[in-house]
Design a binder for this molecule. Structure first.
Ligand code: F6R
Ligand code: ZN
Length: 199
């Protein structure tokens, strides 16, 4: 719902609850569901991803429950982002990851449940990794591509909050990949260089 104040169309006040176990909100407008069959290419071993789908059937790797908040300067968009536990080979389930179309826009991720990491990289080669545990909050500065990775055994539930006009640029990451990958090695999450990264 929107209303007009001082010639601006703004969102009317509202609230919602996000379930602390499932991460599912009691109210949303749009649900994005990402299945492994469509995401095989984001994994280092994309053939293993395709084989998993052939053998086990398709797998829901993450969901994003969104409210339709206008994508304009001044508004804040937010969602419940849930990455399910699992691995393709040694590589943990993760989001596609993206830059913001407006590169100077930052974002905050509040972790509600689960364990994992936020991988952040700039086009100039700066890199950072921050851990997600329940209650932990990650600040993603502008100019950093960001990807959330579930390294645990339960859903990784996060509340991302970002400027309305940030936008999503998926194309750059689809083309180059991230420079780093988080994989399981000796039973622990470990960062390695992505041999498929192209600059
Ligand atoms: C918005 C944002 C999150 C992600 C969500 C899914 O700027 O960062 O809402 O969109 O966590 O990840 P992607 O968009 O990479 O599929
Ligand atoms: Zn973002």
């Amino acid at each position: 719902m929107t209303l007009e104040i001082q010639n601006q169309r703004i969102v009317t006040p509202f609230s919602l609850s996000i379930h602390s176990e499932t991460g599912i909100p009691d109210n949303h407008d749009t649900l994005i569901e990402r299945y492994l069959s469509k995401l095989a290419d984001i994994y280092l071993d994309s053939e293993a991803a395709e084989a998993m789908v052939r053998e086990k059937g398709d797998i829901l790797t993450y969901q994003v429950f969104e409210k339709d908040i206008p994508e304009v300067n001044g508004e804040l968009r937010f969602c419940s982002s849930i990455v399910y536990p699992g691995k393709v080979g040694d590589e943990y389930f993760m989001t596609k990851g993206h830059f913001h179309s407006r590169r100077d826009t930052a974002e905050i991720y509040y972790c509600i449940r689960g364990e994992g990491f936020m991988l952040m990289e700039t086009e100039e080669g700066a890199y950072a990794l921050e851990a997600f545990t329940p209650g932990r909050t990650v600040y993603v500065p502008g100019y950093y591509a960001h990807r959330s990775i579930n390294t645990g055994t339960e859903p990784l539930v996060m509340l991302p909050i970002y400027p309305g006009d940030a936008g999503h640029d998926y194309g750059t990451i689809e083309h180059t990949g991230f420079k780093h990958l988080v994989v399981e090695s000796d039973g622990k999450p470990t960062v390695i260089e992505n041999p498929k990264y192209t600059n």
